[in-house]
Ligand binder design. Structure first.
Ligand code: SF4
Length: 482
């Protein structure tokens, strides 16, 4: 089916569909994709008077959101805790979010790669599945000897009302390990709701270990998922600076390290959408301040290192100089390589659609360092402050979207004549169907894109995708030629 054959969705609205045009379309196809009137508050254009007035709320009925369910949000945050048992209490389909379709790495235990499920069937739904869950936990804990267990509630568990908390308490006493319920019933909300459930769950481990021996210049990394080993890259920079990393909570995580993470003196929050709540709990209860950082792109990576160096400057006067030296060494290797890609990529246009706003900020800057412009940028979980920052950061004319859907994304990609789409697994088919280069910047990728080496990998991947000769044979180009 061609895009111009798709009927615009008109569910739950009496208002007529009306086109929202941001500029003269370069493709006639773009002009045929309309925007639901109730979505107008979720779309803005940088450099104009428009602003995002509707965000950080439930998705509009009739608009097929790219967000996932609360369970998905919890699972993606917690499952990189590698030496814990993760069991999904629900039908087998929910357990599809496994390591195999994600890229988080572990330097030791591989237990987290198993996708254990209670595989609820019809009789379990009718009579309840508490005994089944208890039996599964007993069996798996005896077999795998995990340091802790997380039990994820899914939609159906919320409906049938199994007392997961009580089972976890009982089995925890019986087995002697923390068994933590995750209140992640899918229908509770989007993955952002699940992030909060994950923070509440993992916080039950915090403060249960000893802080003896933790040096004063020490940090925790929150919200880096060690995709393709990125946490190891970042950890190496800090260790070269002389900063001790106590716990990497969400990437190559370990139960014992999380138990003692309240002994660190600073928290770095990379994925602000998922981990800010946990950082605030640690600040409130343990007096640990936090900084929002990003490890993507030259500017943000360097800013993160310098932020930490300045924070600990009083405790370690040589830290800032060591940091400058590390940044200098890394840039000396990186910049000549980037120039080669920049020559070819200058003037190309990108679309960004990612989960959190902080990653979007970094990507806009990283693309700029490659000579590219961002013509479309959006997030699933941004708030008004995030979008205001994006408006100020982006070039005039850039379309900014909150909680977008495939039709809107397709429309703006065509209208802006995009050369590259940066997104996740749900955006990949949109890009390929439109004949646009794609760069995976989500949990599914197998390429490290964080840190200085990650910037080089990013440039290489962007170059390979944008410059591929395949795009001249795609429908989008054919439409333009016609
Ligand atoms: S929406 Fe419900 S049923 Fe679907 S994956 Fe999420 S928890 Fe499972």
């Amino acid at each position: 089916m061609e895009i111009n054959e798709i009927e615009p969705a008109a569910i739950h609205t009496e208002e007529p569909l009306s086109p929202l045009r941001t500029s003269a379309p370069s493709s006639p196809v773009a002009a045929t994709i309309d925007i639901l009137p109730a979505r107008r508050g979720s779309i803005a254009v940088a450099g104009s008077a428009s602003a995002i007035t509707s965000c950080d709320q439930a998705s509009l009925a009739g608009s097929v959101t790219q967000r996932a369910c609360a369970f998905c949000g919890s699972r993606v945050v917690l499952y990189p805790i590698a030496d814990a048992l993760h069991i999904v209490h629900g039908p087998i389909g929910c357990a599809a979010y496994t390591w195999d379709i994600r890229g988080a790495q572990s330097s030791g235990s591989q237990l987290y790669r198993n996708s254990f499920s209670t595989d609820l069937q019809e009789m379990d739904v009718i009579y309840g599945a508490e005994k089944k869950l208890a039996h599964a936990l007993r069996t798996l804990i005896a077999r795998h000897q995990p340091k802790a267990a997380f039990v994820y509630s899914t939609c159906i568990v919320g409906i049938i009302g199994d007392d997961v908390d009580a089972i976890c308490r009982t089995l925890s006493r019986e087995t002697g390990i923390p068994i933590i319920p995750v209140a992640s019933e899918g229908f509770k909300g989007t993955k952002k709701t699940g992030y909060r459930a994950a923070c509440d769950a993992v916080y039950k481990l915090v403060g249960t270990g000893t802080v003896a021996g933790i040096p004063p210049v020490s940090i925790n990394l929150l919200g880096d998922f060690n995709i393709a080993g990125e946490t190891w890259i970042i950890r190496d920079y800090f260790e070269r600076m002389g900063v001790h990393v106590v716990a990497t909570l969400t990437g190559d995580g370990r139960v014992d390290a999380i138990r003692q993470c309240h002994g660190a003196k600073l928290n770095l929050v990379q994925c602000s959408g998922s981990m800010t709540a946990l950082a605030k709990m640690l600040e409130k209860d343990h007096g640990i301040p936090f900084k929002r950082v990003s490890f993507f792109g030259i500017e943000d990576m360097s800013a993160a290192l310098y932020d930490v160096a300045r924070f600990f400057a009083a405790q370690d006067p040589g830290l800032l100089d060591r940091t400058r030296e590390i940044v200098r060494q890394e840039l000396e290797k990186l910049i000549p390589e980037l120039h080669r890609y920049r020559e070819k990529l200058t003037g190309k246009k990108a679309a960004i659609y990612v989960g959190g706003a902080f990653k979007a900020f970094s990507l806009v800057r990283a693309l700029r360092s490659l000579g590219m412009t961002t013509a479309l940028v959006g997030t699933q979980t941004g708030d008004k402050d995030d979008y205001e920052q994006l408006r100020q950061l982006c070039d005039p004319g850039t379309v900014i979207v909150d909680d977008s859907n495939p039709l809107e994304l397709a429309k703006f990609c065509l209208e802006k004549d995009i050369d590259l789409f940066i997104g996740g697994v749900k955006e990949r088919p949109i890009a390929y169907k439109l004949g646009i280069g794609f760069c995976d910047h989500n949990h599914e990728r197998k390429e490290a894109l964080a840190g200085y080496i990650g910037m080089l990998n990013f440039a290489r991947e962007v170059y390979s995708s944008v410059m591929s000769p395949i795009w001249q044979y795609t429908p989008r180009r054919a439409v333009q030629v016609a």
